[in-house]
Design a protein. Structure first.
Length: 115
């Protein structure tokens, strides 16, 4: 599975961004898709994921501010990020999970939130 992420950028605190991640290749077996992020000098942090039947789970740090959605017809997930904070600054990586296979990763997209 190949993943193409886009939508990052620079935004002021309190602003919004929308990320997208399009999957291609062996997408029929993809169950869960989601996002991790890595802030400068920090370890990777799981953010959110969504199953094929649209069940979602969020990290506490983004709950109520971020919303993930999924369009199975387009094999694409979207991450709407509202009320952004400087601590949300990170490279965001989308991933796709298939049974018994290593995770597939997108190339990462930079999100920078200025105070």
């Amino acid at each position: 599975v190949q993943l193409q992420a886009c939508g990052g950028g620079l935004v002021q605190a309190g602003g919004s961004l929308r990320l997208s991640c399009a999957a291609s290749g062996s997408v029929d077996s993809v169950n869960v898709m989601g996002w991790y992020r890595r802030a400068p000098g920090e370890s990777r942090e799981w953010v959110v994921d969504i199953t094929r039947d649209l069940r979602t789970v969020y990290a506490d740090s983004v709950k109520g501010r971020f919303t993930i959605s999924r369009d199975n017809a387009k094999n694409t997930v979207y991450l709407q990020m509202n009320s952004l904070k400087p601590e949300d600054t990170a490279v965001y990586y989308c991933y796709a999970a298939r049974p018994f296979m290593p995770l597939s990763w997108g190339q990462g997209t930079q999100v920078t939130v200025s105070s």
